[in-house]
Design a protein around this ligand. Structure first.
Ligand code: ADE
Length: 217
């Protein structure tokens, strides 16, 4: 899966995409990342990407032309890719959306807005709009990283265990929370690991895990 990112701050992605599982996924040839600087598609000698909003108001908006040009250049590289716009106006992002994208998307183009927003007409070039939570961030880069991370870890061959993603929180049901887990030492500052987990009795351990899997209220 090719993942392209359109941003005014592509350097923000370097650490995230070059660490841990996202790096391993690239290293194993499961994904490729391509960073696109929106500034390269800006207007005139100053590569302008933003302008004041019609109707007045604070701040600047990303103009439609640089955004469309950047999306079209990404589409040339990967015509089948799905264009995703992180925005507080979008559908609330969820595990089921991540599952769907991991399974069905051939490639992704993430468009990261900045400043006070973007010219709304850009939605005509976008396939999905996602909000990652009911709070406002300074730009689309962090939401794009969240979306990328949630998808890449689901791609076959990225996580270690065959079934690593099947038993975890939110899988199967949006309000499911995985059971708590413990590792050595058995006692830390008087805090003990539940006895049943040390018993070696697999049936009892399974029952305990079912009982201690939670549901969001
Ligand atoms: N941009 C700013 N805040 C956002 C959010 N919560 N989700 C997606 N994009 C955003």
């Amino acid at each position: 899966m090719q993942i392209q990112i359109i941003s005014l701050f592509p350097e923000m992605f370097e650490g995230v995409l070059n660490s841990s599982m996202l790096f391993k996924a690239k290293d194993r040839g499961i994904v490729g990342y391509h960073l696109i600087n929106l500034r390269d598609f800006g207007k005139g000698i100053r590569h302008q990407v933003d302008d004041t909003p019609y109707g007045g108001g604070d701040g600047m908006l990303l103009m439609i032309e640089p955004l469309v040009k950047a999306i079209e250049s990404a589409k040339e590289r990967d015509p089948g890719a799905l264009v995703i716009l992180p925005t507080p106006r979008g559908e609330l992002y969820s595990q089921s959306a991540a599952n769907d994208l991991a399974e069905n998307a051939k490639g992704l183009i993430l468009v990261c807005p900045r400043y006070e927003g973007y010219d709304e007409r850009i939605v005509n070039w976008v396939d999905r709009q996602y909000c990652i939570g009911r709070y406002v961030l300074t730009g689309g880069e962090l939401p794009a990283m969240v979306i990328i991370d949630s998808i890449v870890r689901l791609l076959p061959g990225v996580l270690g265990g065959e079934h690593s993603t099947e038993i975890e929180s939110f899988q199967g049901s949006e309000d499911r929370i995985e059971f708590p887990q413990y590792t050595r030492p058995e006692i830390y500052q008087g805090l003990k690991v539940p006895q049943v987990l040390l018993s070696g009795n697999h049936k009892e351990i399974e029952e305990w895990r079912v009982q201690n899997s939670g549901r969001l209220s």
